[in-house]
Design a protein around this ligand. Structure first.
Ligand code: MN
Length: 730
């Protein structure tokens, strides 16, 4: 029943009575009359009476077999937004349950909203809708029915609105319907979106399918009779439906595979609905005996249901004339869940709130909100869109628990799915018994065991390793906390250093009431906020100090004495110190990875401590624009002996490709006490060879020796440390 004009309250009552014989007829009749009155005189863009909209929404909810409260809410859902009706009135007439649903479906008007942009208001409305849906899943179900009818009548709006609403539906509401397992709404929404977003392609496809309808019908009939014969022969009762797949999935398939529209058989699919799970597998066997299955296309969603609880066997077989077609096999119950998803479950649960709260589909809704913590409206909506992509990869814990992930997810996503602490301390894992690194992509059926180490901690790079928003959100919040802690520390060092120069101390300078006033003047309440601002580079330490100690003379704040730079070796950040201040957090910049002994310079970074660059690093030239961030660093004098962990250096070589060249190179490097980490070799026709090697060296002196010896090898044309070819070596 699509044509809304024909729906009457009697139709709805009759439909509800089929699945709820003891329905509260009065509630529905009352809601009907009340809403019809209040919407009196309002007209939709289509020219129809406005009331046809809530009436159709109620009908869709009845088709989903929801209860009277949901259907009444469907009838009343636009009253608070579009009429003078108040929540108090609704509560008096219909009680708290219905009123709560309607209120949850009512958007904040721009006027009520404290948000500046339309986008922010939309994000907030959506966030509220999700929150309310977690208490009562009927909220989102009514919303989906509302949006479905709006999509059906989209043609009456202006083109811009059509595109905006269709895109939002495709990005957010159709995927939500999918995740809640409501296949019927998902597919109808997608088709309507496709139709409005790509009208030309829609028309062309519809044409193509129509043109081939006759051929398809004959073909349908043939396959169908074969399947029915098989069922009868083996005493299995079931029904066989042949259908054209929904247009949007055909369109996606054509685009994905670059298949020609002319191949109409790609559009056809069969569905066999039987009595028991045993019958499902029996039928699958019969089908595979009849037609050869296409390898890799068989999916057992009965043994491993989709996250939205969908169950079915899927297979693709080569039918008559070698045309492949798809068959889905499921029981009646599975079919109902495939069509109505969570609504199918819900209708048998009497308790309104909380009844479905343990349902994984509801906890998934919650995860959409959890992952958006601290995000801007734009980030929130974007992350929702990513999270709504259907999961594709299923993996197991060694105990056999199944988790699903989007394609591209890694071991690290798996670790974060188990627990955020497991994620933070993950060092790798075993996949199917074999040790693998963090970045390993998950594949269907992998059995994953995570390894953790108490020494491990999240790193910025991890953000690029993960594919789920959940993991990304956890990593980001850890890094934020960590960054802030470091910023406070760095800020404290910077301010204390400035204070020492003017002969003051932090404790004395911050003892009085003036300090509170100073904080307030920067819009802060805590000492840490101020130090973090300095650490992040938003405030200058010298500025703070002149505020703290107004009398401090200008010339006291001056450059440190020159000649302090010393340059003995070793490699890790422990071997580095800030001149005159050993406590500074120092790390080796990744762009140039200076070696012990090299000429270096430090820059105070936003929150990460002091980055130490090689003087010749190209990035330093840019950093020179911020001289206030420069800070003197030196190689620790005691580091000479410790020879800590060596650093990796990339060396490029260009040589005549004579036999034994590679052997000479590697012998030489090993003889100098260095290790080769990796080597990429390329030779060209004209007997030229190129090698890109990564080697481990302890300090600049060792590297210099190795480079010099490599350069003097017979046949060597060029030896260069990568990324520093233009540098003027001192
Ligand atoms: Mn509406």
């Amino acid at each position: 029943m699509d044509s809304s004009a024909k729906i009457r309250i009697e139709d709805i009552l009759n439909r509800v009575e089929l699945y709820r014989p003891e329905l509260d007829e009065d509630l529905l009749r009352h809601a009907y009359v009340f809403a019809a009155n209040r919407h009196q005189g309002q007209v939709r863009r289509s020219g129809e009476a406005y009331f046809t909209h809530p009436l159709t929404v109620a009908w869709i909810l009845a088709e989903m077999e929801l209860d009277e409260v949901a259907i009444a809410a469907g009838l009343l859902h636009d009253l608070l937004e579009d009429t003078e009706t108040t929540a108090g009135e609704l509560e008096l007439e219909f009680g708290p349950d219905v009123t709560r649903l309607v209120a949850a479906l009512t958007k904040l008007s721009d006027f009520e909203s404290s948000f500046s942009s339309r986008e922010a208001t939309e994000a907030e409305n959506f966030r509220r809708l999700l929150l309310a849906s977690m208490d009562d899943v009927r909220v989102i179900l009514v919303k989906l029915a509302d949006r479905l009818h709006n999509m059906r009548t989209l043609g009456f709006l202006g083109r811009d609105r059509q595109v905006a609403i269709a895109q939002e539906t495709l990005d957010i509401y159709a995927p939500i319907a999918n995740r809640l397992g409501i296949g019927s709404i998902k597919m109808e929404m997608e088709d309507l979106c496709f139709r409005h977003l790509h009208p030309e392609q829609w028309e062309r496809l519809e044409h193509e399918i129509k043109d081939r309808a006759d051929a398809a019908d004959r073909w349908f009939a043939e396959i169908r009779s074969v399947i029915e014969g098989l069922l009868a022969e083996h005493g299995i009762s079931g029904s066989v439906q042949g259908r054209v797949k929904h247009m949007y999935s055909v369109y996606q398939k054509l685009r994905r595979q670059g298949v020609d529209v002319a191949n109409v058989f790609d559009f056809l699919a069969f569905r066999i609905i039987v009595e028991s799970v045993g019958d499902c597998y029996a039928v699958l066997g019969l089908i595979h005996q009849q037609w050869p299955p296409v390898p890799g296309r068989m999916k057992d969603h009965i043994a491993i249901p989709k996250p939205n609880a969908y169950q079915s066997l899927h297979t693709t077989v080569l039918g008559p004339e070698a045309h492949p077609f798809e068959i889905q096999i499921r029981t009646r119950d599975m079919h109902k869940i495939a069509e109505f998803g969570i609504a199918a479950h819900w209708s048998y649960k009497e308790k309104g709130s909380g009844a479905a709260s343990e349902d994984s589909r509801i906890s998934w809704l919650r995860s959409l909100l959890d992952n958006s913590e601290g995000a801007s409206p734009r980030e929130f909506l974007d992350s929702i869109k990513v999270d709504l992509y259907p999961d594709d990869v299923y993996c197991f814990t060694p105990r056999g628990d199944v988790y699903s992930f989007p394609r591209g997810a890694t071991i690290l996503d798996f670790a974060y799915r188990i627990h955020s602490e497991v994620g933070h301390s993950c060092v790798g894992g075993r996949v199917n018994g074999r040790w693998v690194p963090l970045r390993t992509e998950l594949k269907n059926g992998d059995i994953v065991e995570i390894s953790t180490s108490p020494q491990q901690r999240p790193h910025h790079d991890w953000l690029n390793l993960v594919a789920t928003n959940r993991a990304r959100a956890k990593i980001r919040s850890w890094l934020k906390r960590e960054e802030r802690d470091r910023a406070v520390e760095v800020g404290r060092k910077l301010v204390e250093r400035e204070l020492r120069r003017v002969g003051a101390s932090w404790r004395r300078a911050t003892a009085g009431d003036e300090f509170a006033a100073l904080l307030a003047s920067h819009g802060m309440s805590r000492e840490e906020d101020l130090l973090a601002a300095v650490g992040f580079g938003r405030l200058a330490a010298s500025g703070i100090v002149s505020e703290l100690v107004p009398g401090a003379s200008q010339e006291a704040v001056e450059e440190p004495e020159p000649g302090q730079r010393t340059r003995p070796p070793t490699a890790t950040s422990e071997a580095l110190e800030v001149t005159g201040d050993a406590d500074f957090l120092v790390y080796v910049a990744r762009c140039c990875r200076p070696l012990p002994g090299e000429s270096i310079v430090g820059f105070v970074t936003r929150g990460k401590g002091v980055a130490v660059h090689s003087r010749s690093c190209p990035n330093v030239r840019n950093l020179m624009y911020h001289p206030e961030r420069e800070i003197e660093v030196k190689w620790a004098s005691n580091a000479a002996v410790s020879a800590g962990s060596p650093s990796r250096v990339e060396v490029d070589m260009d040589f005549d490709d004579r036999s034994g060249m590679l052997a000479s190179i590697s012998q030489l490097i090993t003889a100098e006490g260095s290790d080769i980490l990796s080597c990429q070799l390329r030779t060209e026709h004209n007997d030229r060879g190129f090698a890109a090697m990564t080697i481990m060296v302890r300090d600049a002196a060792q590297l210099e020796r190795i480079m010099a010896r490599l350069g003097s090898l017979n046949g060597m044309r060029r030896v260069e440390r990568r990324g520093q070819s233009q540098q003027a070596r001192a």
